[in-house]
Design a protein around this ligand. Structure first.
Ligand SMILES: Nc1ncnc2c1ncn2[C@@H]1O[C@H](COP(=O)(O)OP(=O)(O)OP(=O)(O)O)[C@@H](O)[C@H]1O
Length: 374
């Protein structure tokens, strides 16, 4: 028999009931440090010189496109793989490196995988007890019940994983990973198998549990919005290296380069030219104090374009309008710009295809990068 997928009737009609907040039990969080980690497979460097310290109790999201090395970095932290070069330290002590290698089960690190990796032949209770081998059977039973109770699934203790929906399996995997109260918790795409409606609710409660538990946590995701919802700090990766790290607002508003900018926003990108620290392009002239003279890319957030009556501001013609619920997505043709600009507009009353409009550009939604950055 196969597991009920997330989004099955059981999930859709009944949002999960969780246990009482504040009852997850506390871990003693550890500091986790990566020192110039390289992980090579043949000639390919999956991780290419990553240095990063995650402070005790901090929740860090490793964010990046598929194949950029996020999972490999988690595997190195967990001790599933020894790095090609560099060191991993926990609370300042080397656990992977030239001088030492501490076995994964001795690191006090909890793991949670995208597919949850529950053992099909074990009951839910036995699955959660699996990581509690240092405790007596009765103590492990109590700790497992407590973790299951926190995720609201103690009544499934004697069932088997295949009888649970995807959302419930996710919560069992969460209970299993927090039950031993690890100092560090590593979560690899823990919400990606859940449908959107389930995901928001489960993610918020999972973060509440992580905060109660207090473990130092790294969550891998490729979804920038998810990272912004979860993380104290986002670490953006590309081709095995860290591109930028910081709090979500900082990284969103001041991306270090065009790659980081594109990751967080579907910008309108318009070619321009910088002269005397100003960039000129078909939608206007904007400050570019950080750039030398030369070609540039002007990035305008879709929400930074406001529609005005024709005759005001920049002239444009509405190419299409699509209702998206809270906003409308309006495409506007502008002379000199190859592709229609996309504007996300609240309540564009009366705006129709073919209509001439004025476009106001909000300079706080404009970023400028050197063309060589593209
Ligand atoms: N054991 C391995 N042998 C050879 N190549 C590997 C191995 N593990 C990972 N790689 C390669 O290393 C690169 C990074 O993989 P990794 O799984 O860390 O990326 P990721 O960012 O986690 O991607 P995803 O989001 O798709 O899981 C990829 O090109 C992958 O094919």
């Amino acid at each position: 028999m196969t597991a009920k997928p997330a989004g099955s009737a059981r999930d859709l009609f009944r949002l999960p009931r969780w246990g009482q907040r504040g009852t997850a039990g506390a871990s003693i969080p550890a500091q986790l440090t990566f020192e110039n980690i390289v992980q090579a497979y043949g000639s390919q460097r999956a991780v290419d010189g990553v240095s990063l310290t995650v402070e005790p109790g901090e929740i860090v999201c490793l964010l990046g496109h598929s194949g950029c090395g996020k999972t490999t970095l988690l595997r190195v932290a967990a001790g599933v793989e020894a790095p090609t070069a560099g060191r991993v330290l926990m609370d300042g002590l080397e656990v992977s490196g030239p001088k030492a290698f501490v076995e994964p089960e001795k690191r006090g690190i909890g793991l949670m995988f995208q597919d949850y990796a529950l053992f099909p032949h074990m009951t839910i209770q036995q699955n959660v007890m699996f990581g509690l081998k240092d405790l007596s059977v009765s103590e492990a039973g109590i700790a497992a019940r407590r973790a299951l109770s926190r995720v609201g699934l103690e009544h499934y203790a004697n069932e088997y994983p295949h009888t649970l929906s995807g959302g419930e399996q996710q919560r069992v995997a969460l209970a299993r990973s927090i039950a031993p109260r690890p100092g560090v918790l590593l979560m690899d795409e823990p919400f990606s198998n859940l449908d959107r409606r389930m995901r928001d609710a489960i993610r918020d409660e999972t973060v509440a549990i992580l905060r109660e538990n207090g473990a130092t946590t790294i969550v891998v995701t490729h979804d920038p919005e998810e990272a912004m919802r979860i993380a104290d700090r986002i670490v953006l990766m590309r081709s095995g290296a860290i591109i930028q790290q910081g709090e979500s607002e900082e990284i969103y508003r001041r991306p270090a380069n065009l790659f980081a900018a594109r990751f967080f926003c579907d910008f309108n990108e318009i070619p321009g030219v910088v002269r005397n620290h100003q960039v000129s392009c078909p939608v206007g002239i904007f400050p570019a104090p950080h750039l030398e003279d030369g070609p540039a890319v002007v990035c305008v957030r879709p929400q930074g374009l406001k529609l005005k009556p024709a005759g005001f501001c920049l002239p444009g013609r509405v190419a299409s309008r699509r209702f998206l619920g809270e906003v409308d997505l309006v495409h506007i043709d502008v002379q000199g710009v190859d592709r229609p600009l996309q504007a996300r507009v609240h309540d564009p009353v009366g705006v129709k295809e073919g209509q001439d409009v004025g476009i106001e550009v909000d300079t706080k939604d404009v970023l400028v990068f050197a063309a060589s950055d593209a």
